[in-house]
Write a protein of this length. Structure first.
Length: 206
């Protein structure tokens, strides 16, 4: 289909935002998402296959669009993910927890912070491990942005991308919001979204 052969943004844009720049180490789980044609850059970093990133952004946006947005929880302990995660949640109407995740938020009904989402999205399975473990205990499906070194244990749907870079996280969350809103027919085309939301404004200012 034409939709699946044409990338959501140019491959050059993915590269300019360093979405493909992975980590020094790679996990066995993430090996299938890496660019085997290159293997790594001069600094020894493993590179992520942005074609698979592009495909997974479509898959994740369609998956999340099936839920009432108010029952979606987006989490980011990682500093560079906090602004884009918040902007994403505000754009689609989801809940967000950025910065410290209070233990028991998903498992202890006596806590003032307790919430009952139906699905959770984490920016980094390692940095957001508390939220991830509570989601698993609560039986929630977990979507995660996963870098080259992440393990996929307890992750139901992985989105391979650089989850440590300021520009990468801005672009990934910006695209996810755009595609979700297109699924729900809130946004009719890419140009409408780009005129209202500049991806540069989604970057962390830390």
């Amino acid at each position: 289909m034409a939709e699946s052969t044409s990338p959501l943004v140019s491959l050059d844009m993915y590269e300019r935002h360093a979405v493909h720049i992975g980590t020094n180490q790679k996990s066995a789980d993430m090996k299938k998402f890496l660019d085997t044609g290159i293997g790594g850059d001069n600094s020894g970093l493993h590179l992520i296959d942005v074609h698979q990133t592009d495909d997974r952004i479509r898959v994740v946006s369609k998956f999340l669009a099936n839920y009432d947005p108010q029952r979606i929880l987006v989490v980011s302990a990682r500093q560079y993910g906090q602004r884009p995660a918040r902007k994403f949640a505000q754009s689609v109407g989801a809940k967000h927890i950025v910065g410290r995740f209070i233990p028991g938020t998903l498992t202890n009904p006596r806590l003032p912070s307790y919430i009952e989402p139906e699905v959770i999205m984490v920016t980094d399975p390692a940095a957001d491990s508390q939220a991830l473990s509570e989601a698993v205990k609560s039986g929630l499906p977990v979507v995660a942005i996963c870098d080259a070194n992440n393990r996929l244990r307890n992750v139901d749907l992985a989105l391979p991308a650089n989850n440590k870079g300021r520009r990468s996280l801005a672009l990934v969350y910006w695209l996810l919001a755009r595609e979700m809103l297109k699924q729900r027919e809130v946004v009719t085309n890419d140009m409408e979204w780009e005129l209202s939301e500049n991806v540069d404004d989604w970057e962390s200012t830390f």
